[in-house]
Design a protein around this ligand. Structure first.
Ligand code: PHE
Length: 368
């Protein structure tokens, strides 16, 4: 009887292909994490409706990291030891992903982050990939935009000194702005979780910048912009992809700001339109950039598993390197460090027709 039970369970197990995902489903950036998870599930269900991958139904095992690096590590260990997955899509924010890249590499797990932009994310080894551009690229793009499109000569930066994402962006923006002949008149910092930025903003106001670069996520940025305007600071606000969802959070004082993002749901592009329609049909809201990146990540990984004929990371990594296709967030090929070479979209915060904040497409910037 024992042998029969063993036979049945092992056969049952082989009918599914397990993929892990680690997302900030709760915690301070849960707007990002829930949409990204939902989009990954949407992609998985589309493969399953077509018969699955390698003849198996794909089972997505979701772990919540709460945007906490230690919890991210626990989630990775659980997926590796209990669920025995070989492929993990995640994590969402750079600090959480950086906490697990070495462990994933050591355990022989293929880790694919849809959204972590910090430059060093893929440094840990040949099993780490991502489907988003890097922070050095976004920092450079926004510095060029400030100098060339807004004629800025004086810039200030206010960043989170304890966050890899924020400090990496600060450096690339400041270096590029200075290399283009501009002057960084103030560079102030805070610690993650701070809610009062008035002391730093007073110094920044005294330096009278044309632009203020705010490299952080939507929740902190909306507090900063509010306090800056209350102090009478009139600089044009600039930001990175963490500003996605700002329009749902900030007050009217955010109008006039510009940021860099992975896609615009309003883009005149067949893949974007189809994705936005399917996501809205299923979840009832317009997908943010994280959702678009999660959907692309799942497609890139599952298509590579089909090409490889296996989810064995050593074979899969080679199939991933052959990726060359247009997805929702753009055409994807990988460079030797497993970073995609792709364009970025610049968006402006405006007042929409319904009186609520909205984003307006400004333009696309291609990598050099
Ligand atoms: N790029 C951010 C990080 O690395 C996460 C993020 C992606 C935020 C996309 C907003 C939009 O932490």
């Amino acid at each position: 009887l024992a042998a029969v039970i063993f036979f049945v369970t092992s056969r049952g197990g082989s009918d599914t292909l397990k993929i892990g995902t680690i997302m900030s489903v709760s915690g301070p950036v849960s707007h990002f994490g829930t949409q990204c998870r939902d989009a990954i599930q949407l992609a998985v269900d589309e493969f399953n409706a077509r018969g699955g991958v390698l003849g198996k139904q794909v089972q997505l095992i979701v772990e919540d990291d709460e945007k906490n690096p230690e919890k991210t590590m626990n989630a990775l260990v659980k997926l590796a030891t209990k669920d025995k997955v070989k492929v993990v899509i995640g994590a969402l924010t750079s600090d959480c992903t950086l906490a697990i890249t070495q462990e994933a590499q050591r355990r022989g797990i293929l880790l694919f982050t849809p959204t972590s932009t910090n430059d060093s994310v893929t440094d840990a080894g040949d099993l780490i990939f991502r489907s988003c551009f890097k922070d050095s690229f976004q920092g450079q793009v926004m510095a060029h935009f400030a100098v060339e499109n807004l004629n800025a000569t004086k810039a200030a930066v206010l960043y989170d000194m304890n966050n890899d994402y924020s400090t990496g962006l600060m450096k690339s923006f400041e270096e590029t702005f200075a290399s283009l002949g501009g002057t960084v008149v103030a560079s102030e910092s805070y610690a993650g979780g701070d809610k009062d930025f008035n002391a730093q903003l007073t110094k920044i106001k005294a330096a009278d910048p044309d632009v203020l670069f705010l490299p952080d996520y939507y929740n902190t940025v909306s507090l900063i912009i509010n306090q800056a305007r209350n102090q009478g600071l009139d600089a044009i606000m600039l930001g990175p992809d963490g500003w996605d969802e700002l329009v749902g959070q900030a007050g009217e004082e955010a109008i006039g700001g510009y940021f860099c993002n992975h896609y615009s749901p309003d883009a005149d592009d067949a893949d974007v339109k189809e994705f936005v329609r399917k996501y809205r049909d299923r979840y009832g809201v317009t997908p943010n950039a994280l959702a678009a990146l999660g959907y692309d990540a799942a497609y890139i990984v599952l298509e590579a598993i089909e090409r490889a004929g296996t989810d064995d990371p050593q074979v899969l990594k080679k199939a991933l390197m052959e990726t060359d296709k247009k997805y929702v967030t753009g055409r994807i090929t990988f460079d030797e460090k497993h970073n995609p070479v792709k364009s970025t979209t610049i968006l402006k915060v405006v007042k929409g027709a319904d009186g609520k904040l909205a984003t307006e497409y400004v333009g696309m910037v291609d990598p050099e």
